[in-house]
Design a protein around this ligand. Structure first.
Ligand code: HEM
Length: 364
């Protein structure tokens, strides 16, 4: 085909699509949108990285679903995926690594939004919807962990569900509802499967769309140091194509990180779960639950019976409520007293999260 013919064919294609989908309108819109540029701009990528990792989770999750069989054959199907199906091990490892990276990226994104004070007016709902996404991501992780049905998955879930069980009044009801009885059993696996592939995605997806719509509506917040500058001194770059290209470069780096981790350290499969066996020593939850696990352990050791665990849970819930209320407390747009207190609170939260997580691993 000659060059002239090729380009007229392209133009015709473009026109056909433009008449139906208003491509020119979308393009003009993307070119008008700008993203602030300053020395903290690096942190703007983390929301996009979280989004990319979520997409990887959806894709690898659907591929796993082709071979995974919930029910009595769950363990056998994971064994086949890991050892028999071509590249099954890679998809399983990518799903597992990307899940961990996603929660890590969401946490980095949350703390960077907190330090930039991006929760302030008019972004309160962006903050709250984001927080809901983090909690749901952690539930994704918890429900997915059991599906493998090996020894570690079984006992980690058993220990994990004992935590809500110790809550006064509703605790036993909640734990029994999640387990489908007094013990972790194949019924629990069936329930966790429904949660993992239907219920949580059905709640997560509309909240994510709402979160992204809000980001689009309000644009990116700038950190207080930038806000203090006169408007003419603030720099920005067009979203399309400049920022999008940088975003895509970050996604490519993330994909490489997943590929390296998944191929160098593929996830293992332990012996099948046997409820009659004693729990292996040092059983512990995933790293993102380690902080709460350790706080409960400390309180459990300080106060006898279930009092300690209940106190620990009350403290953690209180911390979470205060975290959610940050946008309503730190409302000024300048460096006022409340702004400083909020920054100390964020620093304190980060410190507690990191130290209790490390402490948890050291105490195993
Ligand atoms: C799966 C989880 C999440 C995804 C996929 C996601 C995605 C995004 C994206 C793509 C952006 C725009 C780019 C950026 O500023 O980074 C954004 C902005 C934002 N997100 Fe999230 N997010 C998630 C979780 C969270 C969490 C846990 C919080 C906080 C509790 C949060 C709070 C915010 C805020 C306040 C903004 C606006 C930032 C600004 O204006 O600069 N997000 N999010």
């Amino acid at each position: 085909m000659s060059e002239a013919k090729k380009s007229s064919w392209k133009t015709a294609c473009y026109q056909w699509l433009d008449e139906r989908l208003d491509l020119a309108g979308w393009l003009a819109f993307a070119k008008k949108k700008t993203v602030p540029e300053h020395k903290h701009s690096f942190w703007y990528y983390w929301g996009g990285i979280s989004l990319f990792l979520f997409l990887v989770q959806c894709l690898t999750g659907v591929l796993l679903l082709v071979y995974f069989r919930p029910g009595p054959e769950a363990y056998e199907s994971v064994r086949q995926i890991t050892y028999e199906i071509h590249f099954g091990w890679l998809i399983r490892a990518a799903h597992s690594w990307s899940a961990n990276l996603m929660i890590f990226a969401v946490m980095v994104h949350m703390f960077s939004a907190a330090f930039m004070k991006a929760y302030r007016k008019p972004r309160e709902f962006t903050w709250w919807s984001g927080l809901a996404l983090l909690l749901l991501s952690m539930l994704f992780g918890f429900s997915g962990y059991l599906l493998v049905w090996d020894e570690t998955a079984y006992f980690a879930t058993k220990v994990g569900l004992e935590i809500p069980h110790s809550l006064p009044w509703i605790g036993p009801f909640l734990a029994d509802l999640a387990r489908g009885g007094p013990d972790v059993s194949p019924t629990t696996l069936q329930r966790f499967f429904a949660l993992h592939v239907v219920v949580i995605p059905a709640i997560f997806t509309p909240i994510l769309v709402f979160h992204l719509w809000l980001v689009q509506k309000h644009g990116n917040a700038v950190p207080p140091s930038e806000e203090a500058k006169p408007k003419e001194q603030r720099k920005s770059i067009p979203f399309f194509p400049n920022f999008l290209m940088k975003d895509l470069a970050m996604w490519l780096i993330t994909l490489n990180v997943i590929a390296i981790l998944a191929s160098m350290w593929p996830v293992q499969l332990g012996p099948a779960a046997d409820p009659l066996k004693p729990a292996p020593v040092g059983i512990h939850p995933e790293w993102y639950y380690m902080s709460s696990f350790q706080v409960l352990k400390i309180f459990g050791a300080l106060f006898p019976g279930t009092t300690g665990e209940v106190l620990g849970m009350i403290l953690f819930t209180l911390g979470l409520v205060l975290w959610a209320l940050l946008p309503l407390y730190d409302t000024s747009s300048q460096f006022g007293k409340r702004a400083k207190q909020a920054t100390y609170f964020i620093l304190f939260a980060l410190f507690v999260l990191v130290t209790t997580t490390i402490w948890g691993y050291l105490a195993l």
